[in-house]
Design a binder for this molecule. Sequence first.
Ligand code: PLP
Length: 406
Amino acid sequence: MYDLEKIRGDFPILSRQVNGKPLTYLDNGASAQKPNVVIEAINQAYSHEYSNVHRGLHYLSNLATEKYEGVRGTIAKFLNAASEDSIVLNSGTTEGINMVAYSWAMPRLEAGDEILLSVMEHHANIVPWHFLRERQGVILKWVDTALDGSLDPQAVIDAIGPKTKLVAITQCSNVLGTVVDVKTITAGAHAKGVPVLVDGSQSAVHMPVDVQDIGCDFFAITGHKLYGPSGSGAIYVHPDRMAEMRPFLGGGDMIKEVTKDAVVYNDPPMKFEAGTPGIVQTIGFGVALDYMMSLGMENIAAHEAGLRDYAGAKFAGLNWLNVQGQASGKAAIFSFTMEGAAHAHDISTILDKKGVAVRAGHHCAGPLMEHLGVSATCRASFGLYNTKAEIDTLIDALELAHDLFA
Ligand code: PLP
């Protein structure tokens, strides 16, 4: 049973007040709150178990290494990767995608080659590819969403041409909540010999993920959205792609041997992990994933589907609210604008006065904003601890904002 009251009790911040009102935290798409188990794990690591990893022969270093390395297996289980050797630990999705751009794409793409993106991508899955455009003449090719915010997988497959060298696509839009059929896209892309990178930053939070079932080549996740610490994350890399990748950052840990004239790299995945990593952040990330798995990803998805449907019905009753993106099966993420002159920032300021935290702005999705013809939206994004009562609070606060601005 999904014991929402107990779950909310696991997150100490949810019982605080903001501006004299109980906190209604609906900015989970930006970053999620942390359960006690994660906070305690961080405290425990720094208080009793801290040392650098991989380097020492002393007790604490071995203990920290064991805890840190254990997270690789936890992530592999969370993503259903065949082996933990396919998991490169990093600071988050931004680093993961940049690694693919530098290590895999940069050495093999030439001027005129194409990278295929959807118009819904986050800047983290756009700007690294712009680097390749600027430096080596790679072309960014875009697939638009339909009017309801859905993305036809066949449209993506059809857009793959002889020059396409990579499809880089989100599994869930951080703005619209649209869920993308990345499994069909991967099958179609592979049939044309093109690898697929999936940005799983948002999707892995809301639904079970199985990278073997999707069949993708890269799958990036970020710890702080998965109820873990910021500065933690990982990318799944298929062994065939891993073998093709050049090292990313150079430094300690990613080598076996260094002489004045030569360097022998470590075996993957450590070949792609240079320097002292986010040790405690990663340990906390592992605990966060265990926490999610203990609740059950299917149960989290079912709970959030209930929130999505409830919020969707409430929003539908507000004829002055324009909700962007109504694709069926979307995640519980809603972006909206209000009729009249109210800017998203003004709306979010009014909501904040009522203790309701939402995001306002372009959501690091410039091309999508352009496609939608808006400069900014407000976004309410739900997490595993949100309630229908909080949706009512949001609606009341929106009605207040509408009364003020109408
Ligand atoms: N991709 C998507 C879809 C996101 O929503 C985000 C964060 O908002 C990112 C990538 C970047 O994640 P991070 O900033 O944790 O690297």
